[in-house]
Design a protein around this ligand. Structure first.
Ligand code: ADP
Length: 530
């Protein structure tokens, strides 16, 4: 995942790499100028005006209760559309359909190559609807359209293609343990999989979940976040058009606790739950799994250390710090929310950082010039503003931002905010804010920073900026986190595993590691003895 544009503030990449990736991604959109397209026409207008139902057993149906809920544009606070509110009865129906599709439908009889072909077809269809999906994501989530287009949509396509490739590469092993027996392993799909996803990367999280599950031959019930249900529904429509058999992909929009989410997590006929979200919800999911001891994978929060040594390329590190905390309005589980600066460069770094942050344009995501959009909801905006108050009360020094921008009027915006003078024990340095709030902490040397960096309950990611290759590798080995970036930030790729240490969860998504999450291994013994 590449999160920088040339000359823009999110420029955490080596320039050459960035240009190659940007040009490749631009091709996805046929060189179209999205701003011009948006001025003429909202490509997702038709989708927004249609009623939004649940996808169960290949059919679009209302919730059993008949209930619906509103989804908002967080930049304008206006209602975008109403969506069916699925509950326990709908989850029961979807699980039944998924079980039937898994046990006796055409899906299990399909060859791996046919499954791969369907997944490639879906990737092609998403590519053909890329501009429309980018608009939909920006309207529902608030993120800048450039990010929706070049990160969310582009990575969604790449993820489906990557896992489409895996469908034909699933293998067991033969193990020559004893000459009297022929012993081998089969790699089999787990069965019916529930997938509960968050609102920060709605479409991409759907792809991270659906991609490996489908490649391995499972059937799925996907529960998008209530704040951002739209792109998952549109992908469901495209999947049906591509010919995925009924019951293979089911989508239940609705709420989490005491509703569709918990019904799915508790369900006795669901074989696995994959969850991405807050750590406290992760605990609820785990408790709910106890009934049938279903398998669970969790990708939870983070409080990543972004560490800059005095010998680093300071300008690159400044861009990396901005990418680290302000990309996606700070609503990123691997956000570099703790910036550790080696003492000799603290002041120089801060003045460059503040100058660059001062040039960031905040506004509606649909505006091509926007660098930072609104938080996803009023609740999120209030949570972030509350953490800003806490930081002030704890004695941190506010360097910029610290409030909602009055000049923007409506929308759930929070200005890019930076605190210096932060102590690693303060709440602002220990708790996940999930917003555009950076805590800057000075450090003395590698031992000091390694200890502070690891003094957190989380362990999703971290970064090191230095020109000293030995120091970089030494620290990469010391940081207790699932990903460490060296002289870059926020890079993700479908082939590279991603997941947490400590309270950031367990299980690795992406790469071949996701295949482990969605398959069972069976050992077969054949007696050859005379
Ligand atoms: P946030 O608090 O930032 O919205 P959550 O972890 O609560 O993040 O939400 C992530 C996903 O988990 C959403 O799809 C939400 O509906 C779902 N969810 C929330 N609570 C529960 C729960 N108790 N059981 C199952 N799913 C839940």
């Amino acid at each position: 995942m590449i999160v920088g544009w040339r000359g823009g503030p999110f420029c955490g990449l080596a320039h050459a790499t960035y240009i190659v990736v940007r040009n490749e991604r631009a091709k996805l959109f046929g060189g179209s100028n999205v701003a011009a397209v948006i001025e003429k026409e909202l490509l997702c207008k038709d989708f927004l005006t249609k009623s939004k139902k649940l996808l169960i057993d290949g059919k679009w149906v209302d919730a059993e209760s008949g209930k619906t809920f509103e989804t908002y544009n967080p930049a304008t606070e206006e209602v975008l559309t109403r969506v069916a509110e699925g509950g326990k009865a709908d989850v029961d129906k979807a699980v039944k359909a998924a079980r039937k599709a898994f046990e006796s439908g055409p899906w299990r009889k399909m060859s791996n190559a046919e499954r791969a072909k369907l997944m490639f077809k879906l990737a092609d269809s998403i590519e053909a609807h890329a501009d429309e999906l980018a608009q939909l994501e920006t309207l529902d989530n608030g993120k800048p359209i450039k990010e929706s287009r070049y990160v969310d949509v582009a990575q969604t396509i790449e993820t489906f293609r990557y896992y489409g490739g895996w469908a034909t590469k699933l293998e067991g092993e033969t193990i020559n343990a004893n000459s009297d027996f022929f012993t081998y392993t089969l790699r089999e799909p787990i069965g019916v999989v529930g997938q509960i996803i968050p609102w920060n990367f709605p479409m991409l999280m759907a792809a991270w979940k659906l991609g490996p599950a489908l490649a391995c031959g499972n059937t799925v019930i996907l529960k998008p976040a209530e704040q951002t249900p739209l792109t998952a529904l549109r992908i469901g429509e495209l999947a049906m058009e591509c010919g995925f058999p009924e019951g293979v992909i089911n989508i239940i929009t609705g709420f989490g606790a005491d509703s569709a989410g918990s019904a799915l997590a508790n369900h006795m006929d669901v074989d696995k739950i994959a969850f991405t979200g807050e750590d406290k919800t992760g605990r609820e999911i785990l408790k709910a799994s106890l009934g049938n001891l279903k398998r669970v994978s969790l990708e939870l929060g983070g409080k990543a250390p972004n560490i800059v040594f005095a010998d680093a390329d300071i300008d690159a590190a400044v861009r990396g710090a901005i990418t680290g905390i302000f990309f996606n309005q700070g609503q990123v589980c691997c956000a570099g929310s703790r910036l550790f600066l080696e003492k000799p460069i603290h002041d120089e770094f801060m003045s460059k950082l503040l100058e660059r942050v001062g040039k960031m344009r905040q506004g509606q995501g649909m505006d091509e010039k926007t660098h930072i959009g609104p938080q996803v909801s009023k609740e999120q905006q209030e949570r972030v503003l509350n953490y800003i108050d806490i930081a002030k009360k704890e004695g941190a020094k506010l360097e910029c931002g610290g409030m909602a921008p009055e000049e923007l009027g409506k929308g759930y915006f929070v200005k890019p905010t930076i605190f210096t003078g932060v102590n690693n024990d303060m709440r602002i340095a220990q708790e996940e804010v999930f917003g555009p709030v950076l805590a800057v902490i000075p450090f003395n040397n590698i031992e000091d920073v390694a200890e502070q960096a690891n003094k957190t309950t989380f362990g999703l990611s971290g970064a090191v900026w230095t020109k000293d290759i030995k120091k970089a590798h030494r620290l990469a080995g010391k940081i207790k986190a699932g990903t460490v970036w060296v002289n870059c930030y926020n890079l993700l790729d479908p082939a590279i595993p991603f997941g947490g240490y400590k309270m950031s969860g367990y299980g690795r998504e992406l790469g071949k590691h996701s295949i482990e999450l969605y398959t069972n291994i069976k050992s077969v013994w054949v007696n050859l003895a005379e």
